[in-house]
Ligand binder design. Structure first.
Ligand code: PLP
Ligand code: COI
Length: 363
């Protein structure tokens, strides 16, 4: 626990007695009741830069509210991005992140798209590691959840015309989480929206722009009120091909081939999606990234969605209009195998032949 990062923070902002009594105490969490919801943890990271200035390392500070100009670019024009990643306690008694460099790169691509200064990868990784280290007591025991880490980049400077903000803030906070969908590996029922779309060609669907998410809240709430877990979105041009599931990527398995929608710019390039493609190919399974028509997917043998929050969630049924396709109440065989392979790597139960896990120093 005693490492340069925590030392750097505490010499800046807390007395040492406060540090040790807090870090040594147990977090007030019932690990078995964790859901995907916000629990405030102890510390967060914050860095700022002016437009056209290079990023420098930020500071750790106690978790809490931030103050922001009412004219900030992010709250007026949505100039903001977020990332989502998890820190796990593992069988090797370490704490690891899963492919954090990919989150750093995805945030850089998003920053280019939203005209923000990209955060250099070393600063991103250092910030995430510091947040995990400083909130270590909130990391659930192995197999009972994870510490969800949420990096944010936004235009925090005041701007009135529609233009890039003059100042940017990069923040990272964390919270312990359990399953995203109720029941974890239980099958979920999804509704295909024939009215709403998540993203259009040329828009921002391919990056984790904050503005991509609010328009999904109304369709998602209404689907939930009708007993579904989430909405599946179709492409905005032909209203035919599956794009993704709210905040997770889609896969279906049919006649021995695994299909997933291709990355056309309207779908978020999920890191879990990419990992599943690699795992399946390593198993010798053919994977097709292409157009996946809803009607085709509804005839599949298995279907699941995936993401950092969702991990791999088996799909029990998909409804489109009057038609419901049912895959069954139990996860399909391939879905379960991929889930086990992915989580065994994340928990360091299986060997990580891909070099995906990233140990957090000092923990
Ligand atoms: N699709 C959307 C829209 C998302 O917000 C997410 C979550 O990050 C994903 C897919 C899955 O991406 P990842 O596996 O990188 O978490
Ligand atoms: C994630 O899987 O990390 C996400 O960002 C999904 C989220 C919107 C809850």
């Amino acid at each position: 626990m005693a490492n340069n990062h925590t030392y750097r923070y505490y010499t800046q902002s807390l007395n040492t007695d406060g540090l040790w009594s807090e870090l040594m105490s147990d977090a007030p969490v019932d690990w078995d009741s964790l859901t995907f919801s916000m629990t405030e943890t102890d510390h967060m990271y914050i860095a700022k830069t002016a437009i056209d200035e290079p990023w420098g390392p930020g500071l750790m500070r106690p978790y809490g509210n931030i103050s922001i100009s009412p004219a900030a670019g992010v709250i007026n024009y949505g100039q903001g991005l977020f990332e989502g990643m998890k820190a796990y306690r593992t069988a090797k008694n370490r704490v690891v992140l899963f492919r954090p460099e990919e989150n750093a790169r995805r945030m850089q691509r998003g920053a280019d798209r939203l005209k923000m200064p990209p955060v250099p990868e070393p600063i991103f990784i250092d910030a995430v590691e510091q947040v995990v280290q400083a909130n270590a007591r909130w990391i659930p025991p192995m197999g009972r959840g994870a510490l969800y880490v949420r990096p944010l980049l936004n235009g925090s400077g005041a701007v009135l015309g529609v233009a890039p903000a003059p100042e940017y803030t990069f923040m990272v906070f964390s919270t312990p989480v359990g399953p995203y969908f109720k029941g974890g590996m239980t099958c979920i029922d999804l509704l295909i929206s024939d009215t709403y779309h998540r993203a259009a060609p040329g828009g921002s669907g391919g990056v984790k722009a904050i503005g991509n998410y609010a328009p999904g809240m109304m369709p998602s709430k209404s689907a939930k009120a009708d007993g579904y877990s989430e909405v599946i979105y179709l492409d905005a041009e032909e209203h035919t091909y599956i794009e993704e599931v709210g905040a997770a990527n889609f896969f279906c398995y049919r006649d021995g081939i695994l299909y997933t929608p291709e990355l056309t710019g309207t779908i978020l390039p999920g890191i879990t999606r990419d990992s599943i493609i690699e795992l399946a190919r390593q198993m010798g399974i053919e994977v097709v990234e292409g157009k996946v028509a809803a009607e085709f997917a509804m005839e599949a043998d298995e279907a699941f969605c995936c993401g950092t929050a969702a991990v791999i969630s088996p799909i029990g049924s998909i409804t489109l209009g009057e038609i419901t396709a049912t895959y069954g109440n139990e996860p399909g065989e391939l879905t379960q195998t991929l889930y086990d392979k992915l989580t065994n790597i994340q928990n360091e139960i299986d060997e990580d032949s891909f070099g995906w896990v990233h140990a957090v120093p000092g923990l």
